[in-house]
Design a protein. Structure first.
Length: 154
């Protein structure tokens, strides 16, 4: 089950902390992207989704209005994560599809995101969902391991 929740909800905070630990294990640090929790509020053109299995929060992902130097009229996908024991069940794909649908509802022409080079499963997910590589646009844009993606919503 997918639920729209505040970025600061207890379930979201728990999952984001787990995502940070995962990133630390891969890259030596948590995600350092500047985040204003209110960017994920519906009123700000955002959304944060938590996935549940048996009433346990097991995955999350967010949408916010992309900021320069990202392409104009884009929504940005952030904080996609599924806990290890819940992977390979299609949850990330469902979260991604729900965020894309929300982006369409806000009138974004495309969605963008970035991920690191060590996250092969993420690359496979995004590429199989119709995303293509673009130049980096986040604080990681000049790092060699950054991979940025976009998908047209037209």
């Amino acid at each position: 089950m997918l639920r729209i929740e505040p970025f600061t909800s207890p379930a979201a905070r728990t999952l984001i902390a787990q995502a940070d630990l995962f990133n630390e294990s891969l890259y030596g640090h948590a995600d350092q992207s500047p985040i204003d929790p209110h960017q994920f509020d519906v009123e700000a053109g955002g959304q944060f989704i938590v996935a549940y299995l048996d009433n346990e929060p097991v995955g999350c992902g967010g949408l916010r209005k992309a900021e320069s130097p990202a392409p104009t009229d884009a929504g940005e996908i952030k904080r996609m994560f599924v806990v290890e024991h819940a992977r390979r069940r299609g949850l990330a794909r469902r979260i991604l599809a729900a965020l894309e649908e929300a982006a369409r509802g806000y009138g974004y022409s495309q969605v963008v995101l970035d991920t690191g080079s060590k996250q092969d499963a993420a690359h496979c997910l995004y590429e199989s969902a119709g995303y293509h590589r673009i130049p980096g646009f986040t604080i990681y844009r000049d790092r060699p391991g950054n991979r940025a993606y976009a998908k047209s919503l037209a």
